[in-house]
Every structure is written in C-alpha cells, then in structure tokens.
Design a protein around this ligand. Sequence first.
Ligand SMILES: [Fe+2]
Length: 438
Amino acid sequence: MQTLKNSMMTRTNEVSKKVQSALEHEVKRLKALLKISDYLGSTLDLDELLYRIMEVTREQLNADRCTVFLIDQERQELWSKVAMGVNQEIRFPMKKGIAGHVARTGEILNIRDAYADPRFNPEVDKKTGYRTRNLLTMPMHNKQNEIIGVFQVLNKKQGSFTEGDVELLKAIASIAATAVENASLYDELNRSFVSFMETLSTTLDARDYITSGHSRRVTLYAVQVARLMRLSKREIELIRYAALLHDIGKLGIPEIVLFKNKKLSDEEYNIIKRHAVLSKSILAKIRFQRHLKEIPQIAAAHHEKIDGTGYPQGLKGDEIPLGGKILAVCDVFDALTSRRQYKDRMDILEVMDILEKETGKSFEPFVVYHFKNITLNVLIEILEFGHKEDFKAEDLNLLRNYTLKDLLRIRKQGAKSDEEFRVAEIFMYYYQRKYRGE
Ligand SMILES: [Fe+2]
C-alpha cells in the first residue's frame, strides 16, 4: 500500500514538474511575443523592427540566423528585406529554393536536412559562404490572405526545429507580416505625397520661364544648409517641402505684372509681394502630417528680414522661423546667380558681396556661415541643375575638397597652391560656361 502511495506521489511530482516546465516554456514564449508586439509601436523603421523581431526569434528558437524575404511581384523574385549575418541583398527567382516553394504554395516547411531536399537551392550558400543544415520556413500573409513574403529561420543549434517552434514562428511571422504591410502602406502614402508636392513645384517653375528651376534649386540649397546645420531628418524634410513650394503664391499673381520686363511701379511691386501671403494661404489648405504643419509659416517667411524690414509681416530676428531664414538666403543666392535672358551670370564675388552686406540686416549670420560651407562640387551641381551630364567626374572629385568659403578666399587673396588655382579655374569654367541658344 505504502509502495503504491509512494509511486503515485512520485508520478504526481513528475507530472507536476512536466506541467510546470511546460508552463514556464509557454510563459517564456508569450513574453517573447509581448516583446515583439512592444517593438511594433516603438519604431517606424521597418528594417530596424524586423531585425529586432529576428533577434527574439533566433533566441527563442535557439537558431543561428533568420531572414525575411519579400516578394517582388513585378520581377517574380524573392529578395532579402533583412538578413542576419549577410551584408549584400540576396535575390533569386521565386521558382527556386525552399523559400520560393513556400512563397508559391503557402506551405510551412520544416526541413531537417537541407542538402537532402531537392527543393533546396545551394546557390545562396555558395554566394554567402554559409552552410545551411536545417531550416524552418513560414509564409507571411497580408490581411487579404495573400502571401507577401517568407520568414526563414536557419540552423537550430541542437537537433532540428520542433512543432513548438513551428507554432511560435507562425505567430511571429504573422506579426512581421503586419509590420511589413503597415510600412509599405505608409511608404506608398508618403511617395504619393512627395510626388504631389513635386508636381506642384514643377507646375510653378514651368509657368515662370524667367526663373525656370528656381524652386528646385532653392530646395537643393536649403537642404544642404539644413544638413550642414545638423538639423534632424524631420526638420530637413520640413524645410525641403517649404522650399519646394515657397513661391506657390505666384500662381495667384497676374502674368502681366509677374513677367513685366520694365521697372515695376510701387503698386505693381505691392501686387508681387502678395505672393508670400498667397503661398501661406494655399499651403494652409493642404493637410500636412504633424511634423510638417509649419510648412505654410516657413514658406510665407522667405521674404522676411531679421531687422524687421521684410514682408509680409515685418517679423524680426527669432520671430522668423529657422526654415524661413534659410529660405531667405537660398532664394536671394539663386536669384543673383541665375542666368537671365541675354545676361551672363553675375560674378560669384559680386553675389557674395551683396549677401555679406545684407548679413545681419536681411540674413541671419549663422545661415550665411553654413551656406558658405557648401562644398564646391555640390554648389556647382545645383547651380547647373539640369546640365549634370556635362560634368567631368574628376572635376567634381577635386571640387569636393573645397567650400564656397575657400573659393572666395582663393579669388580674393590668390591661390596658395597649384591645386587651389585649378579648383578656382574649374569652378569658374562651369559657372560661366554658355549653352547653345543662350
Ligand atoms: Fe518669393
């Protein structure tokens, strides 16, 4: 009796130990899933998010590597969106390999010996120098239940992948698929927004043949200055769109005034000045994302001067948004360096003299300071935007090591070396060259 009781107790203990271990296992897995869903809200960067998901997967499945392949429908290929331990993109036809099979059929494949499976494509190993032993491959579905990619886990450290691993990867792949889908929707939305902004800007530039390409060039200068100021990605984006559309209000100015060749009367000048306010009211009608909300104010401020004598509001100093101060310098620089009909470009020294005289009055000194730090290769490519194919690569390479500030010193005080002499010569060649019809 006693023996039976003992044996039953031992058995009960064993069972409860098993249950406990199974429970602990489950809790660990649930924690992993919770960790992953936490990541979902923490970043908008899809690569970073997928990489974090892979880290948890690798740890939980005790595997060596993970890869997320996405389907390129147009080319009928799979490409590695994020692959652990591999620097180059892996790309292959969908009809190839285990991942291809899963992408086509939606089957889950748990392969214990990769090289024994005829569907396995050893070319990827050959390319990456990796040796795949076993692999677990899971399809990723979107909300319409279409396959959008494949989540693959390679080389279980001991033994092969279990049923438990399959179940966990199902849940993980489904989260990863949602992340991919959200990111591509966001991306699409963003791309259509960018093309809309660019089209608006091109429309404006196309109408104003005298200052053709002005908005584009001002945008390129403004982005350079913002980068040199080490502004954040979002601030640079804000300035880029405000620059693209800063003159959009000109669409509301009658052509007879806008394109008048002769001197403008005070009344006509006042009509032209209205474009700044018009830019603001046109842009205020667009629904911008929160971090782009300031676009109308920045665009409207491109004719404000820090001494308060600008328009439309006569704002002073820091009442003018930083983006507005940047636009003011880039706008004037572009106007002064533009080729006008029957007129050569104003000499760069003269242009900079005008800018410097206005520094502290019209322009914020630190914006002019950063503007002068633009490298000459970038500067000439913007000045000559639209004639890019005419540049010699070696010229651009040489100009890369010098800034506008260096050029002004060389031109004013003379070159200190043969290279400096060449730099000034090359820059001025592109700056002054003429095109057919000009
Ligand atoms: Fe303007």
